[in-house]
Write a protein that binds this ligand. Sequence first.
Ligand code: MN
Length: 148
Amino acid sequence: MRTFIRHLGDGKWEDTPLLSYKEEPGTHFKTITRQVLSERSEDFSTEMRYFEIASGGYSTLEKHRHVHMVLIGRGTGHCLVGNEISEVGFHDAIMIPPLTWHQFRATGSQPLGFFCMVKCDRDRPQLPTDEDLRTLRTDPVVGEFIRI
Ligand code: MN
């Protein structure tokens, strides 16, 4: 694998595509950008991404087999992991276990930026079915928090 250094310039990493988060039809307010900071090689099977959610936005409510290791880099917000909602901020580290519902919301006045490590080879996220949503909403606090 080759050496590279990506420098941060003006809030974004230089020479690194700025991608918009997976946009699915029917979704409304979630303004998220993504930069993939790592480069896959046979010696490194992990991907390091940086996401930024605009104030008021949120990530997709989803679950999957693969694990996320998240480190907050900017701003404050809240995350749902399983049925627990936590306030998160600068340098908080969050591990999201397999098959656990999760969602991040940028509830502060600044964007919520976070680093997220995943395996390169990973399963696709599962979205909640109506049945899943009914189950999630049996906890009123969770029901109040989630955005679909
Ligand atoms: Mn996820």
